[in-house]
Design a protein around this ligand. Structure first.
Ligand SMILES: *Cc1c(COP(=O)(O)O)cnc(C)c1O
Length: 407
């Protein structure tokens, strides 16, 4: 992993801008994103793909890691495709110059589909209206739209279910014949991939095979059948089909934390969330801390203020329960998480100074908590912990030939 420091946009890797020697200088908090980890995680996941093909899911600002840098790192790791939920994020990637194959699966009537078609963005089709609008966009732009039909194999969320799927296929045939669309793929999504033995896993795979066969009987031959999210990529090769479609694991987090950690799969957590203490002070025994005084000091003590709050995506549910590392030692949040800050009771003889770093989560290799530790403490999933880190927190990118700040 490269820890070298370079200014953003510096093409020559030997050039160092001395004013950028520490890109965190002067910041109160930041999320360090290790692009080498993302690149290497993708390479590791692709190595597990039965077909050898991989779509890296970069939706939701790359699970909070930063859309464009993460997408480029994933491509450097060998991703064949990028997957994204919202069409607007797909367009943003094209505007940033990312020209890799790209699939977007969430948009509503009236969305800028002509923009998507003219930019060569693959479009997920789960309903007749979506196909009709896509065909109209293709006619308007004079380009063939690339589509992936999404079939609901039991999740009961996105995708065409039951006879709606059959009806949809009957519209796809004429659209293909007209040259308005090319059916590139058929895909679906798992209910319980994180419980690989769950009976729905096999049932959904069977339903998926049947849906692909139904398309074939209708004369439709997509090249890419894809079903496997991170959990299925890691635990269920029989679900890999023509391409795997992991998101979470790209960022080095385990989708099955009760079964195995990232290191068991050769993955490395890419995000480290850090803040610098703006205030360290003494408080007497019996002093309540933060709104509602839900925490009271047991003895004369030192407290540190951590300048991150729920406006930055720190769950309010982390109040009094989530771990933080300050000065090498693991501590716990004391009292309520506020909008911009929370407090940590460091104990009677802690040597903390203003400017010291508080590590909320990282890899856990130097004793710091992990995003999974935060998820366990706040009764949620690691996905939510990294994805909710707010836009106000600057991302500092390291490695993958690109280091710098990108808010
Ligand atoms: C989010 C998402 C994925 C990736 O899921 P992970 O569990 O993060 O690997 C794959 N496919 C679809 C349709 C998704 O919405």
């Amino acid at each position: 992993m490269s820890e070298s420091t370079r200014a953003v946009g510096t093409a020559d890797p030997t050039t160092v801008d001395p004013t950028q020697a520490d890109p965190t200088r002067g910041l109160t908090a930041w999320a360090e994103v290790d692009l080498d980890a993302i690149r290497d995680n993708v390479a590791a996941l692709r190595g597990r793909s039965a077909s050898g093909a991989l779509m890296a899911v970069v939706k939701a600002d790359a699970y909070g890691h930063g859309l464009v840098h993460s997408a480029r790192a994933a491509l450097a790791g060998g991703a064949d495709y990028l997957g994204i939920a919202q069409l607007t994020e797909a367009i943003a990637l094209r505007e940033a110059g990312v020209d890799a194959p790209l699939l977007a699966w969430i948009f509503s009537p009236g969305a800028p589909l002509a923009d998507a078609v003219s930019r060569g963005i693959d479009i997920s089709i789960a309903s007749r209206w979506a196909l009709a609008e896509t065909v109209a966009a293709a006619r308007a732009t004079g380009r063939t739209a690339r589509i992936h039909v999404k079939v609901d194999t039991g999740l009961g969320r996105g995708g065409a279910f039951g006879s709606d799927y059959t009806d949809l296929l009957s519209d796809v045939g004429p659209a293909v014949a007209e040259g308005a669309v090319e059916l590139v793929g058929i895909f679906s999504h798992f209910i319980f991939a994180d419980a690989p033995e769950h009976p729905t896993v096999r049932a959904q795979q069977e339903r998926f095979v049947e849906a692909c066969a139904e398309a074939e009987r209708a004369g439709l031959r997509p090249q890419l059948r894809h079903l496997a999210n991170s959990a299925a990529t890691l635990t269920n090769p029989s679900a890999h089909f023509d391409m795997v479609r992991p998101g979470l694991a790209v960022y080095g987090l385990s989708p099955v934390p009760d079964l195995a950690g990232p290191e068991d799969y050769g993955l490395t957590e890419a995000m480290r969330l850090v803040a610098r203490l703006p205030l360290v002070k003494r408080l007497p025994a019996g002093q309540g801390i933060s709104y509602g005084h839900t925490y009271t000091t047991a003895a004369d003590t030192t407290v540190g203020l951590v300048p991150l709050g729920y406006a930055d995506g720190i769950p309010r549910a982390a109040s009094n329960v989530a771990p933080v590392q300050i000065g090498g030692a693991r501590q716990q949040i004391s009292g309520r998480v506020c909008m911009d800050q929370f407090v940590v009771d460091l104990g009677p003889s802690h040597p903390a100074q203003p400017g010291d770093e508080a590590v909320l989560f990282g890899r856990g290799v130097a004793g710091e908590p992990t995003a999974q530790d935060w998820a366990a403490a706040t009764d949620t999933i690691n996905y939510e912990i990294v994805t909710r880190v707010g836009a106000r927190v600057p991302r500092i990118y390291r490695g993958a030939d690109r280091v710098g700040k990108d808010t």
